[in-house]
Design a protein around this ligand. Structure first.
Ligand code: NAP
Length: 212
């Protein structure tokens, strides 16, 4: 039977949740869910970074572990998906390359991208590869973080600022850095992240001083 396509195609609004997720925690999940509901997105695709350019001199957990932890964290949410696009691409991961590749997954007129990340990452955007091109391809959703103010976004160049959508999140003072610090110090991380992810971390001895 021939496929009948409606002339009234509505655009799919796709959230792209970029992050190192080292490890993923409830702060990330709250941001993704808040973006999904308040921006009326069709889905949110989590994209764990492969080789982040800004972390060349830092120790980052192997991509496969970060990918597995992210899968575990999102599995019970039907509108959350995950992609290995950055992990499987050779070389350094740049957001613009990811967005250009993802555009081929959809017909250009049918999709609207919302790149979601923390406000502190957005404030560094001028140092990224082709920031103006990113702002042309996607809306940039800047999630609030403790210690940062939405007014700081005024410092961005106009073309980037126009693409930015600030997203106020109930402030959860959880960060991946704090989780890693607590594990290394032998402190509890219970209720910071899904228990499945917590168990994976202990099973693989991630972030402990001996595990390094
Ligand atoms: P980061 O420096 O680790 O994180 C910056 C801040 O944003 C941290 O406070 C982090 O909190 C928070 N954060 C990260 N992802 C978040 C998310 N999806 N929602 C809410 N908060 C988030 O930055 P990153 O995670 O490595 O990178 C963020 C995104 O920017 C990635 O997609 C990365 O590829 C992209 N990026 C691109 C370039 C480039 O193209 N040249 C350069 C830098 C970053 P936690 O520590 O708790 O996660």
């Amino acid at each position: 039977m021939p496929q009948i396509r409606s002339n009234f195609m509505s655009r799919i609004k796709v959230g792209i949740m970029g992050g190192t997720f080292d490890p993923i925690h409830f702060g990330h999940l709250v941001v993704a869910e808040e973006a999904y509901t308040s921006l009326n997105l069709s889905e949110v695709i989590f994209v764990p970074t492969g080789n982040p350019p800004h972390k060349k001199f830092k120790m980052v957990t192997p991509a496969e572990d970060r990918y597995i932890m992210t899968c575990m964290a999102i599995v019970d949410n039907p509108h959350f998906k995950i992609s290995k696009i950055e992990i499987e691409r050779e070389g350094t991961s740049h957001t613009i390359d990811t967005l250009r590749e993802m555009r081929h997954w959809y017909l250009p007129k049918e999709v609207e991208f919302f790149f979601i990340t923390g406000i502190d990452a957005v404030l560094q955007m001028t140092s990224w590869k082709e920031p103006s091109a990113i702002a042309k391809i996607a809306h940039i959703v800047a999630a609030s973080r403790p210690g940062y103010n939405i007014s700081q976004l005024e410092s961005l160049p106009e073309d980037i600022r126009e693409a930015v959508i600030p997203l106020e999140i109930p402030l959860l003072a959880i960060s991946s850095t704090e989780i890693r610090r607590r594990i290394a110090a032998g402190q509890s991380i219970r209720y910071f992240l899904p228990w499945t992810v917590e168990h994976y971390i202990y099973k693989k001895n991630l972030y402990s001083l001996e595990g390094r």
